[in-house]
Design a protein around this ligand. Structure first.
Ligand code: ADP
Ligand code: MG
Length: 719
């Protein structure tokens, strides 16, 4: 009995050792045709360290080798072409930087000029006048003659017409690699020879069979073969689908495992009951009916904080969806369980506003709340620090000042971060050190994150969405006007002010120069003043150079309705809540990004009054800017806007995700492969719900793959 199990054990070990020393993990220099020099280049230029990396270097297209065009057919519109012909002659001309190799290729219909600026010596050696070559590349017309610069070239061997197409992979490569003889076609040869050496057991299936069957996915080994050397375009498509799904699915499994693990093993403060603070506020002081979305999120927080594990939740709600009240209810829940809370905002204006708002809401409640920012006076600050240590203060609202080391809590149980994209990861980490058991963390953001991005970049967090606005809101009307129509725009603002409403004028921050931004704003201020003269009209102004007490004063006058107009840079962008303001005029709107425009627009439309957003631009704007503006005029839906933003800019550019390894997909693309991502997420969650440990027989090949992957990915990066 023992002997058998012992035997089985070592048998399993053997398989694993066997696998990790499988041919695919061999260093790339051991591949025939590579050698130390080329291996070095492959590592440096393409990150190819082992055989398997080469298999994961996918072609960016295939050419049909049987399809050969005529030189006479090259027109200025032609992009890529493949021709076959005889090499008439070649020569090296020019000196130093203009040194180049030119050659002429002739077919029955004309002459094509070929030019190389790099790798001249090597290419020269491979060319023979009078021989036939197959040439592929991007065409151009130079001095009226067709030419290809840096073509791919090889000795022409007529392809046998067997009635089926022959698709040859073309790989992305670099000039340096080409100079070492590794052009796209050479890469194809290497890959072909590698594929001929491996067998199905070398690329073991990692998806559960149930999944591949259900979604008609081809097997992993077949996919690796077909993505490089497909027999048909259909086969190629099937390979791409399989490998994209695998990539997305494995990443979803990983993210979910991280999340599940945190749920199981992290220690967290236990909020076991809902008590008087929460109930009294809810029943007696809540100024409005909660939306269903608000109720749902509060329930999610309630469940999450009652498990004894740390909550790490991202709450996403479009501008105006009412996140503040959710934050307050969560803080009351903490208080019910004897814990303190902090709420942090990215700016002083916002912290002050939260403090004022919460103080008003809590005025009949026995809750102590304090405001702590950079400009809190020393004596006041001392009092607050003592109050936090003595646990006489329940809630502290503030800016970064709250996470300074001197700020110590008696028992911090909940930390809420409003508008997270302004708070760095390191700053958030400081929060954890403020209590022996890390506090629950709720991160709130109104920067809509497209679903696909949330699923990948934040897939390891718990995630709540408020996709509903409080009732009675009217859609904001957004229009685009050229500067030439400024007088009319001002007249419109005037009629709104006469109705008792308030108006924002926003000027862009000019990134290169704070000084320029400042001058821009001042000019704008003078202009606004000339349209809206004192004393009939009163204007607030807020900008980054202003001392914070002055900012605060100006802001407060606008909040209280003492001024009708707010002139500001984008410092106003986030979170500010003045429901009576119904007109947002954005100057030089072409200079703003989509999500920023959406944030700014969110400052109006915060009451039941009809609101307007006017995007002013110069008469000449780029196509990109025009598209952004058209999107803004056509929808108020932050999630739609975020999706468009993602499409326009690509995932790498979205704030906060740049460093996120979660987005480094080899083949999948979260913009184009959204349906596949949804499917992968669904299947990953389904499997983990049923089998958290992946111990069921049908999931073993997946588990084995995940375990082996841990070691090999790092290994392959060590040269
Ligand atoms: P945001 O999600 O942008 O932070 P806020 O919390 O500032 O939104 O709320 C926006 C406005 O909507 C505030 O004036 C707030 O009092 C109001 N509000 C929030 N929830 C509701 C609700 N359920 N019904 C009516 N008004 C609400
Ligand atoms: Mg807010």
């Amino acid at each position: 009995m023992y002997a058998i199990s012992h035997h089985t054990q070592s048998f399993i070990n053997l398989i694993i050792i066997n696998h990790s020393s499988s041919i695919l993990h061999s260093p790339i220099e051991y591949l025939k045709g590579v050698g130390p020099l080329r291996a070095d280049m492959l590592k440096k230029e393409l990150g190819i360290f082992i055989f398997f990396d080469l298999l994961n270097h996918f072609p960016n297209r295939h050419v049909d080798k049987t399809k050969i065009s005529f030189i006479k057919d090259i027109t200025p519109q032609t992009e890529f072409i493949q021709v076959a012909g005889r090499l008439l002659f070649y020569e090296v001309i020019g000196e130093k930087r203009s040194k180049r190799l030119i050659a002429q290729l002739k077919d029955e219909t004309g002459i094509l000029e070929l030019t190389w600026f790099q790798g001249i010596n090597w290419i020269q050696k491979s060319l023979h006048e009078g021989s036939d070559y197959l040439v592929f590349g991007r065409t151009g017309i130079f001095n009226g003659k067709p030419q290809i610069v840096h073509p791919e070239i090889e000795v022409f061997v007529p392809a046998k017409a067997e009635g089926k197409t022959f698709l040859e992979p073309i790989y992305p490569t670099t000039e340096k690699l080409k100079a070492k003889g590794l052009n796209g076609r050479q890469m194809a040869k290497l890959t072909f020879s590698l594929l001929s050496q491996i067998q199905p057991k070398d690329i073991e299936e990692n998806l559960p069979d149930e999944l591949t069957l259900k979604h008609a996915l081809i097997k992993r080994y077949a996919a690796y073969k077909a993505i490089h050397f497909p027999q048909s375009l259909n086969e190629f498509d099937a390979a791409v689908k399989r490998l994209k799904f695998e990539e997305l699915f494995i990443s979803q499994i990983r993210l979910n495992l991280v999340r599940l693990q945190r749920h199981q093993s992290s220690r967290g403060v236990l909020f076991e009951k809902v008590g008087d603070y929460f109930n009294n506020f809810y029943n007696q002081h809540l100024p409005f009916q909660l939306t269903n979305a608000q109720k749902r999120v509060i329930k999610e927080i309630r469940i999450d904080t009652a498990r004894g594990h740390q909550m790490n939740r991202l709450l996403q709600g479009d501008v105006g969806s009412g996140k503040t009240i959710v934050a307050l209810l969560a803080m009351l829940l903490a208080a019910d369980n004897g814990y303190q809370s902090c709420l942090m905002a990215p700016t002083e204006i916002l912290a002050q506003q939260h403090f004022n708002g919460l103080t008003e809401l809590l005025k009949d409640m026995p809750i102590e709340i304090a405001l702590l920012t950079g400009s809190t006076k020393l004596a006041e600050r001392k009092k607050i620090l003592q109050g936090l240590m003595a646990d006489t203060i329940h809630f502290v609202v503030g800016t970064h000042a709250v996470i300074e080391e001197v700020v110590q809590f008696k028992n911090l149980g909940l930390a809420i971060v409003d508008e997270q994209h302004r708070f760095g990861v390191a700053q958030r980490a400081k929060l954890w050190q403020k209590a022996t058991i890390p506090p629950h963390i709720l991160v709130m953001t109104a920067t809509p994150i497209p679903r696909t991005l949330a699923m990948t970049a934040y897939g390891d967090l718990d995630y709540s969405v408020m996709d509903e606005l409080p009732p009675g809101r009217q859609a904001i009307t957004t229009v685009h006007r050229y500067e030439t129509a400024r007088a009319k725009v001002m007249d419109f603002a005037k009629t709104e002010i006469e109705k008792g409403r308030q108006v924002y004028f926003i000027y862009p921050l000019i990134e290169e120069s704070e000084k320029l931004s400042y001058e821009d704003l001042m000019q704008g201020y003078e202009q606004v003043k000339s349209f809206f003269p004192e004393p009939v009209y009163k204007i607030s102004m807020v900008h980054g150079r202003m001392p914070s007490n002055q900012k605060e004063l100006n802001m407060q006058r606008f909040v209280n309705g003492n001024t009708q107009i707010m002139v500001s840079t984008t410092v106003i962008e986030v979170g500010v809540n003045v429901p009576n303001a119904t007109v947002m005029i954005i100057e030089s709107a072409e200079k703003f990004g989509l999500s920023q425009l959406h944030q700014l627009r969110g400052r109006v439309g915060r009451s039941s009054e009809k609101s307007f957003c006017i995007l002013l631009t110069s008469s000449k704007i780029s196509n990109d800017a025009r598209e952004r503006i058209n999107i803004m005029c056509s929808t108020n839906d932050g999630f739609k806007i975020a999706e468009k933003d993602l499409m326009l800019r690509g995932p790498g550019d979205i704030e906060g995700t740049r460093q996120s390894g979660a987005l480094n997909f080899r083949i999948a693309n979260i913009v184009n492969d959204k349906p596949l991502l949804e499917l992968a997420k669904y299947e990953a969650e389904k499997i983990l719900t049923e089998d958290k440990e992946l111990s069921m027989a049908k999931n073993l090949q997946l588990k084995k793959y995940l375990q082996l992957q841990k070691g090999t990915t790092a290994w392959s990066k060590i040269s």
